[in-house]
Design a protein around this ligand. Structure first.
Ligand SMILES: [Ca+2]
Ligand SMILES: [Ca+2]
Ligand SMILES: [Ca+2]
Ligand SMILES: [Zn+2]
Length: 449
């Protein structure tokens, strides 16, 4: 940690010293002392409304919802009217139907990410700026715990999952300002001044925003889709004065493959780093993100004018109106996305989350013999790139090549019809058996000649 004191950096320096004392230097005797107040500032991101109508509708069917088994417990604490969240906003009473939509989003994530430690979200219903739908941040951040990569900040939901213990419940810091050492993991605010749709079926009327979609988006940030960089007056920096980057930043690079954390190329802080942050040329390069994105790095939102709360911690606009649009920075009227999308799941997996095996099913299709014909499936894969969401209804079509006929299916479909439907309720291995016209001709004389 650099200890260069300059006017204006004193506060950050004290913040860094505070972190040292609070996180590394805590001793049992300190228990008699008051809990430390949580250090601020910390990264925060906002979701914006476009006031334009979107045509993207990706809700979950009733069967798809029913098939989702929780892999984690996500508790939502709806802050009471008059309570303050960690950013000092005063919360208003939550409409009951809004809570239903928010909890629905939490249940979707609870079936996507595994953790043995319950995740707690503090949700504040409050007035926000014009066209701001909501904002999100983690409640606490941690580093150098068992199970994580040393030298990077993690948010508590992921840190707890990796450490398999609740790290912020006994760390002498009252991160959520409730007077207790026990702490939540994610802080989300939702605007009360938006024309929201509170249903969970995706049937959003005109000129309304889908609250479940926005809640799903904001929770993703709290799970780790949120970088530790800042930009001011052309200067870019990472670590918020702590000298330590976030785990998300570890994967970010420019088009030429230069890591933004490479201080030889981009000192921290520097104008060189600042230029990268507004370069429209930043990518998340992780094994799982690439696998989910046709082998390509996932482009990040890095517009030429820095947009605080939007830049860097969202997917690029090229993902708008696709199945990966959930982590783009803005939403249109009627935009419905109730699945995280393969690229976002890949990024979360690169950050350290273990993808649950139950989230999607594989469908392997074969033709026998391979020269005999083709098998096609409709719709295209809708989960993690090449797989299917549970309960997706699939139509299989066997098309023989010239000189062959379709004979039968083998595997989990047993039928003689060349067009067959099935429901994805498990991994499936299915073969279409073809026979050549001559084989079929020969078949008949072989019976009891
Ligand atoms: Ca604590
Ligand atoms: Ca607390
Ligand atoms: Ca906790
Ligand atoms: Zn966002």
């Amino acid at each position: 940690m650099k200890r260069i004191i300059r006017p204006g950096l004193v506060g950050i320096f004290l913040f860094a010293l505070f972190l040292q004392g609070a996180i590394w230097g805590a001793e049992p005797a300190a228990h008699a002392a008051p809990l430390a107040q949580a250090p601020r500032p910390m990264p925060r991101v906002i979701a914006r409304g476009t006031q334009e109508t979107s045509s993207l509708r990706l809700p979950l069917s009733a069967a798809q919802r029913a098939a989702r088994a929780p892999t984690a417990t996500i508790n939502v604490v709806y802050l009471a009217s008059g309570a303050h969240n960690i950013f000092g906003d005063t919360c208003l009473a939550w409409p009951t139907a809004a809570k239903t939509a928010f909890s629905y989003a939490a249940s979707i994530w609870a079936a996507q990410i595994p953790s043995s430690v319950p995740i707690t979200i503090r949700a504040c219903w409050t007035g926000l700026g014009s066209n701001i739908l909501g904002y999100s941040s983690a409640t606490s951040f941690h580093h150098d715990f068992t199970g994580g990569v040393a030298g990077y900040w993690y948010y508590s939901a992921l840190a707890n999952a990796l450490a398999q213990t609740d790290l912020n419940d006994a760390d002498w810091i009252d991160w959520d300002n409730d007077g207790l050492d026990t702490d939540a993991d994610i802080d989300i605010a939702i605007s009360n001044g938006i024309a929201w749709y509170y249903g969970t079926d995706g049937a959003v009327p005109a000129r309304q925003y889908d609250l479940a979609t926005i809640a799903l988006h904001e929770i993703a940030h709290g799970l780790g889709f949120l970088g530790w960089v800042d930009y001011s007056g052309g200067q870019g920096s990472w670590g918020f004065g702590t000298g330590m980057p976030g785990i998300y930043d570890r994967f970010v690079e420019n088009g030429a493959g230069q890591k933004i954390l490479n201080s030889n190329v981009f000192p921290n802080p520097s104008a060189a780093l600042g230029a990268q942050l507004v370069s429209t040329n930043l990518y998340f390069n992780g094994t799982n993100a690439r696998a989910a994105n046709s082998g390509n790095r996932a482009k990040l939102f890095a517009p030429s004018t820095w947009q605080a709360g939007s830049s860097y911690s969202h997917l690029d606009e090229t993902f708008s109106n696709t199945a990966d649009a959930l982590l783009t920075f803005s939403f249109g009227y009627q935009e419905v996305i109730h699945t995280p999308g393969a690229v976002t799941l890949g990024i979360l997996k690169d950050l350290g989350w273990t993808a649950p095996t139950s989230a999607c099913y594989t469908l392997n299709l074969n033709a026998s013999p391979s020269a005999g014909g083709k098998v096609s499936a409709s719709p295209a894969p809708n989960c993690e790139g090449t797989k299917y969401l549970p309960q997706t209804n699939i139509t299989l079509t066997a098309t023989p090549n010239s000189g062959y006929n379709f004979y039968t299916w083998s595997g989990t479909v047993s039928s003689r019809a060349p067009t067959e439907s099935l429901t994805m309720d498990a991994n499936k291995e299915i073969t279409a058996v073809f026979n050549s016209s001559s084989t079929q001709f020969l078949f008949v004389p072989m019976v009891r000649r």
